[in-house]
Design a protein around this ligand. Structure first.
Ligand code: NAP
Length: 240
């Protein structure tokens, strides 16, 4: 049985991914930072096959402890999903040093720490799947989300370069770039804002966490064995 570790998996896209991977027969490591109750409740749905582990992905020592816990429970991690993220809408000139650093630490350094820790096992077994969750703003840039867009663009660069480096070891590295997905991350948007965004979207609706999770499960599966270094937009046609 394969093991997937999903960062930021207590809520939103990560939780939907945990559910889809569990339904597909994986052992699931559900990482969380603050949402302990939600993570434990999710893990309890698949007794013996799911584990909730707290870790701030921006802290390499906590990432190390999380992987050690995963390995103790299930052996090595076969599929890594770097999903944890934070958002902030603000003028570029208002971004403080601390806010800039935290944005890059969570999204980009977090993925670096997790990939670096996951790879030796994947390389040893000559099989692994790494999936990063970027954003359409990482592809085209978002006004008032410069730090977020920069971090997400960095994740796309990490994905493409790492795919080249790890291809010979049997490890694929791909990125999913969601568009506007209706999760807590959108909670600062009013119903009118959301309706306007849906109208702008060619498919006429906001995305759901499950639709992003479907893409993640596909990229981890046998049907995607010749796909690496790619960015798959799950955005209803908003960015092409
Ligand atoms: P969400 O509902 O706000 O969930 C964010 C998740 O990230 C939470 O589970 C949170 O955990 C976790 N997290 C945040 N900082 C963390 C840290 N330092 N260490 C570990 N976990 C951390 O957001 P979402 O919409 O599902 O977003 C998931 C990913 O998709 C993010 O990378 C986001 O940038 C990306 N994305 C979202 C959208 C969208 O429209 N929603 C669009 C494009 C890309 P706790 O609750 O435990 O703190």
């Amino acid at each position: 049985m394969k093991t997937v570790l999903i960062t930021g998996a207590a809520r939103g896209i990560g939780a939907a991914a945990a559910e889809k991977f569990a339904e597909a027969g994986y052992q699931v490591v559900i990482n969380y930072l603050h949402s302990a109750e939600k993570a434990e409740a999710l893990a309890a749905r698949w007794p013996g096959r799911a584990l909730a582990v707290q870790a701030d992905v921006a802290d390499p020592a906590q990432v190390e402890a999380m992987f050690a816990a995963a390995e103790q429970a299930f052996g090595g991690v076969d599929v890594l999903v770097c999903n944890a993220g934070i958002a902030a809408q603000q003028l570029f000139t208002d971004v403080t040093d601390e806010e800039w650093r935290r944005m890059l630490d969570v999204h980009l350094s977090g993925a670096f720490y997790c990939c670096r820790r996951a790879l030796p096992h994947m390389i040893h077994q000559k099989w692994g799947r790494i999936l990063t969750v970027s954003s359409m703003w990482g592809q085209v840039g978002g006004s008032c989300e410069v730090a977020y867009s920069a971090a997400k663009a960095g994740l796309i660069g990490l994905t493409k370069a790492l795919a080249k480096e790890e291809g010979p070891s049997g490890v694929t590295v791909n990125c999913v770039a969601p568009g506007v997905i209706d999760t807590d991350m959108m909670s600062s948007f009013s119903a009118e804002d959301k309706a306007a965004l849906a109208e702008e979207t060619p498919l006429g609706a906001l995305g759901t966490p499950k639709q992003v999770a479907d893409a993640l499960v596909f990229l981890a599966g046998d049907g995607a064995s010749y796909i690496t270094g790619q960015v798959l937009g799950v955005n209803g046609g908003l960015v092409t």
